[in-house]
Ligand binder design. Sequence first.
Ligand SMILES: Cc1cc2nc3c(=O)[nH]c(=O)nc-3n(C[C@H](O)[C@H](O)[C@H](O)COP(=O)(O)O)c2cc1C
Length: 222
Amino acid sequence: MSKAKQVTKVVLGVSGASGACYAVRTLQLLLAAGIQVDLIYSNAAKRVLFEEMDIRLQQDPTILLQGQEAGAELRLWPNEDIGAPPASGTAIGDVVMLVPCSLSTIGAIAHGGASNLIERAAQVALKEGKHLLVVPRESPLSKVHLDCLSRLAWAGATVLPASPGFYQRPQSIEDLVDQVCGKILNRCGIEQQCLPAWDGGIGAQRHPVGEDQVDGRGDATS
Ligand SMILES: Cc1cc2nc3c(=O)[nH]c(=O)nc-3n(C[C@H](O)[C@H](O)[C@H](O)COP(=O)(O)O)c2cc1C
């Protein structure tokens, strides 16, 4: 039986969709897990990081760690440098994740665009059979958006929308962010503690089988 290859290196592309907190938390979790990260951010991402988190991202990406120990190597590549290592199949690592991913970048990738390093790394992942994972954030979605997302899924990418669930009763924004980021790591086979496995929930605990069962088939109170 073939064993899944352990992820040791990830390209993390951050584009200018809302949800900069997902990028920051994902970066922290990857480094804490001992994974080498090649970080690329777009100009629009810089703007959103400032609008949403007051982060002024200049040349030193460690500001994103917000005081946390890196744990593993973090390398920053300019999005304009289409000759940087993430542009090549020989150096791309195991996973390319775009967190969050604007619909503009998704549109470009879905149509073969590779005019900056984020787009190029995504194309390389697709052509080399590596894992491409995109975390889109937009609402509502137009038919154009849906078509582009569908094309990426068809090409083999994981489309993991930034849409946390509420059934695990999140208590804070941090819980919601952790849920999405935990799912990102899970999907890439990286161990994480942010997203606990569903245990059946409160319904199962209050209503064991045989009693007033809450099983989704009807109203337990009636
Ligand atoms: C504050 C702010 C929030 C934005 N939120 C989104 C968003 O949620 N989704 C999206 O697709 N674009 C969003 N945009 C627009 C993108 O930043 C814009 O399309 C940009 O050109 C994307 O460039 P990039 O893909 O190179 O990062 C936002 C822009 C700003 C300034």
